[in-house]
Structures are given as structure tokens and as C-alpha cells.
Design a binder for this molecule. Structure first.
Ligand SMILES: C[S@@+](CC[C@H](N)C(=O)[O-])C[C@H]1O[C@@H](n2cnc3c(N)ncnc32)[C@H](O)[C@@H]1O
Length: 184
């Protein structure tokens, strides 16, 4: 049985990669390969699909219809709809606009509202042991509070004055409480 101490013992592997930073994140070739390589078997939920077509079987969701997503609705609505149909995924790709400024500059102001609620919804669509692949400036996107364990961090260095960013892998864990916490 896992103890709380084991659950909290987080030792993610860290990798250093040099690649560019694009408006459409996965146009960066090494970054795209990392994402494709980590997608597990089965259909992948690509929640902020954007422009880049990945070499995986993904269900593409985007609020903009510029690049013909499978579901042209907000991530929030997609999560509700998929939950209603009891859909679960082994892999979810989470690449929203990285901040409000980028949303205004690049994605017609399309942004996401309440992160907390949205993140709870994303995890609810994930199978046990499923993974979330995130891109952006944060390292821990979902966290232990949602039973997600950070397993890998890719630090992407675009060189020069451009900020580094991260691709992270978080895995859903079964949270088994120690006996003393469950027995009456
Ligand atoms: C960082 S880009 C994704 C880039 C994509 N991974 C690629 O490599 O092409 C963010 C995307 O999120 C979309 N978006 C913004 N707000 C959204 C929302 N609330 N629901 C769904 N999509 C949203 C934008 O239209 C944009 O395509």
C-alpha cells in the first residue's frame, strides 16, 4: 500500500532541450516529437488543438474554427459534453494560451476562464494512470491536489531573450490512504 509519504515523494526526471518558441507550440520539431512519443495508446484528447496536426489519433478541440477542430467549442463546454457521454482518455494534451497577453496577441483574445474548475474537469476525463501533457510557463499544472504526479519536465530553451518554457508530464495516481486514515 502507498503511504502518504510515498505519494508525496516526487522525483520528476528533468530534460534539457533546445528548440524554438512558436505561436503554434508544436511547430517546434523536437517539442512535437516529445508530445507524440508520450501519447499513450487510444484516442488522445487535444483540448487546445490550434494549428499543428500531430501524428496521433486525437480528438481536436478549439474555440476557433480556423483549423477545423473536431469540436469547435470551448474547452469548458467540451469537458462537460464528454463527461456527459462518460468518455475517458489515457492522454490529454493541455496547451491553452500561456497568458492573457498571448491570447490577445495571437488567438483573437480567446482565453480560458476559471483555471481551477477547468483543471478539475480535465482530470475527471482521465483514466487511472493516464497522463496530461502540458505546455507553458508552469511546471506543476494539475498537482497532487488532483492526484496527479509530476513525472517528467522538459525545459525548452529557445535561446536569446526568449523565455524558456516547459513541457511536463503528469500522471494520475491511485490515492490509497494509509489504513489509520481510513479505519474508524
Ligand atoms: C497555445 S495555442 C495551441 C497551439 C497548438 N498546441 C499547436 O501547436 O498548434 C492555444 C489555442 O487555444 C485556443 N483557445 C483559447 N481559449 C480557448 C478555450 N476557452 N477553449 C478552447 N480553445 C481555446 C486558441 O484558439 C488557440 O488555438
Amino acid at each position: 500500500m502507498q503511504t502518504m509519504e510515498m505519494l508525496h515523494n516526487n522525483n520528476p526526471k528533468i530534460f534539457y532541450i533546445e528548440d524554438q518558441c512558436f505561436r503554434w507550440t508544436f511547430q517546434a520539431k523536437k517539442v512535437r516529437k516529445i508530445v507524440e512519443k508520450h501519447c499513450k495508446e487510444g484516442q488522445v484528447l487535444n483540448l487546445f488543438a490550434g494549428k499543428t496536426l500531430l501524428n496521433v489519433d486525437d480528438l481536436r478541440v478549439d474555440l476557433s474554427n480556423e483549423y477545423n477542430p473536431d469540436m469547435n467549442i470551448s474547452a469548458e463546454d467540451a469537458i462537460n459534453l464528454l463527461n456527459k457521454h462518460n468518455r475517458k482518455f489515457n492522454t490529454i494534451i493541455y496547451d491553452p494560451p500561456w497568458n492573457e497577453r498571448k491570447a490577445k496577441e495571437f488567438y483573437n483574445g480567446n482565453y480560458i476562464g476559471k483555471f481551477t474548475k477547468l483543471k478539475d474537469g480535465v482530470v475527471s476525463l482521465l483514466e487511472d494512470k493516464g497522463i496530461i501533457i502540458s505546455a507553458g510557463y508552469e511546471i506543476t499544472n494539475f498537482g497532487r491536489i488532483r492526484n496527479m504526479k509530476l513525472t517528467k519536465i522538459f525545459v525548452i530553451n529557445p535561446y536569446g531573450e526568449i523565455r524558456p518554457y516547459f513541457i511536463t508530464i503528469e500522471k494520475k495516481i491511485n490515492q490509497t490512504l494509509p489504513k489509520f486514515m481510513t479505519s474508524k
